[in-house]
Design a protein around this ligand. Structure first.
Ligand code: NDP
Length: 462
């Protein structure tokens, strides 16, 4: 294909302005025409505006190409793109100045432009991104900063300096940030993190800047990450080798919703305890983020799935995900209900993310040499435990796994992510986004998660 793979909206005019650049990931017909025009040497602003259907856009007196003199001038030497801008990249300039942008004056114009190209996947976060920083000048972004541990009220919506990528790093303009229970543990201090820190372990968006040696990614790539702190933010600094490309067929919010919890479900059923058609398992909190995905994957392995859920509505969600038997464990004893179906000690494995409230009854349901996979503690940590009880109950196993240990290294991360994304693309895995909350209201998201009010995945939108 001859057309440009990257089209950038740039604020051009002077040297400083030429170094602003913004990524647009989709080419629409109008843009194809515009790119064609540019590539054929057209530079007349009115003509370009007409061709692009941009006439009348506020403050776009004419579209200008930065220093066009047969090629794309300064843009292809722009440091932000690490030399990756070339003649296949086209800068579409919106006349104005850098200071206009920094004061927001051009935003109305840009929004108008975008309104005319609804299929362009570009966000204001991306538009505002700049890596050209005159000495002493700094662009800012918003993030949720934690400077002391505690309740949801410690989640502070804060203006922070834009991250700048160093060697092997990339900056991602986030379109959706995943909320996970681990964020609660880090906020409360159960999992200690040096203070202050930008909370959040998961997000998806577009790479807007890379440092040297950023290996697997390029500016403009649609990516997702997990297991890197700094996810509740407009822009996140991520080691490039922890980024995974999001397939075309998966929406960015779905990628943000599925990565951490989906990878977790994947390692639990494939590696921690490998389920098969003869397996009988119990999955607690079956309507939760991990829970729904875990039920679906367990069913794909052919296992018989028992699940628990806190309410009737949640029980329906767990059933819809494929669970064979669901107990509303807030009003019924799940141990007794499961024993009524499979007899005493009838399960091979219990996937327990609830912790203290469920752990011991899980052990009591296991066959000899069965396994409790304790992978979380939504109800509180399991207290110190007499290992002799495992022998007395039939040589049982207990493991306390963490996702990080199952996606160590690029190869493991890529292989597991490929399997996960393929399952989503093939329709084998449905992802339920239970709610979206503005980034600034992260505290409300945590309150909802901790009060058991959520189902499926909760996302923060910057
Ligand atoms: P969920 O969406 O599952 O939300 C937590 C759910 O736990 C609640 O909705 C609730 O469901 C249940 N729950 C039971 N008791 C309580 C309680 N006292 N307070 C709050 N919730 C309770 O969250 P996630 O999917 O994000 O995470 C689930 C668990 O998995 C967490 O413990 C998390 O830390 C763990 N996890 C572990 C990973 C690992 O690799 N080890 C990776 C990812 C997650 P209900 O009302 O139906 O009981």
């Amino acid at each position: 294909m001859v057309l440009a793979r990257t089209v950038g909206f740039g604020i051009v005019g002077g040297c400083q302005e030429a170094e602003f650049g913004f990524e647009v990931l989709a080419l629409v017909d109008e843009f194809r025409k515009l790119v064609h025009h540019l590539r054929n040497g057209g530079t007349d602003g009115h003509q370009l505006a007409t061709n692009a259907g941009l006439v009348g856009v506020r403050r776009v007196a004419g579209l200008v190409i930065p220093q066009v003199d047969g090629d794309l001038g300064r843009v292809d030497r722009c440091p932000v793109y690490g030399g990756r801008w070339n003649r296949q990249s086209v800068g579409v300039g919106i006349a104005g100045t850098g200071s206009d942008l920094s004061h927001g004056n051009l935003h109305v114009g840009i929004v108008d432009v975008l309104a005319r190209f609804p299929s362009l996947r570009i966000s204001m976060a991306q538009l505002r991104y700049s890596v050209h920083r005159p000495p002493g000048y700094c662009w800012h972004m918003h993030a949720i900063n934690v400077s002391k541990t505690g309740g949801p009220e410690v989640l502070a919506y804060t203006e922070l300096p834009d991250p700048v990528p160093g060697p092997g790093e990339a900056v991602v303009a986030l379109e959706a940030c995943g909320v996970n229970f681990i964020d609660v543990y880090q906020r409360t201090g159960l999992y200690p993190v040096p203070l202050p820190f930008v909370i959040g372990q998961e997000g998806a968006g577009v790479v807007v800047a890379i440092g040297p040696d950023a290996g697997p990614v390029e500016v403009g790539d649609r990516v997702a990450f997990t297991g890197v702190l700094g996810g509740y933010a407009e822009r996140a600094l991520v080691p490039a080798d922890r980024l995974v490309r999001v397939p075309e067929a998966i929406e960015t919010d779905i990628a943000a919703a599925v990565l951490l919890q989906g990878l977790t479900a994947h390692y639990l059923v494939h590696d921690t305890y490998r389920l098969g058609p003869d397996s009988r398992c119990l999955i607690h909190a079956g309507a939760g983020g991990v829970g729904r995905l875990l039920i679906q994957m367990a069913k794909q392995q052919g296992a018989t799935v028992f699940a628990t859920a806190g309410t009737d509505e949640k029980a329906e969600l767990a059933k819809a995900a494929g669970a064979d038997h669901v107990t509303v464990y807030t009003r019924s004893d799940f141990q007794a209900e499961i024993e009524a179906v499979v007899g005493e000690r009838g399960l091979d494995v219990v996937y327990d993310s609830v912790g203290v409230a469920t752990f011991e009854r899980g052990l009591a349901l296991l066959r000899p040499r069965g396994m409790v996979v304790l992978f979380g503690q939504s109800s509180g940590p399991v207290p110190p435990f007499d290992l002799g009880a495992l022998a007395r109950a039939g040589s049982l196993y207990v493991t306390r796994p963490r996702l990080g240990d199952y996606i160590q290294g690029r190869t493991a991360l890529a292989a597991r992510t490929d399997a996960l994304f393929n399952a989503v693309v093939d329709g084998d895995l449905t992802v339920r986004i239970g709610g979206t909350v503005p980034l600034a209201e992260a505290a409300a998201a945590h309150r909802a998660l901790e009060s058991r009010a959520t189902t499926g995945k909760l996302l923060l939108i910057p």
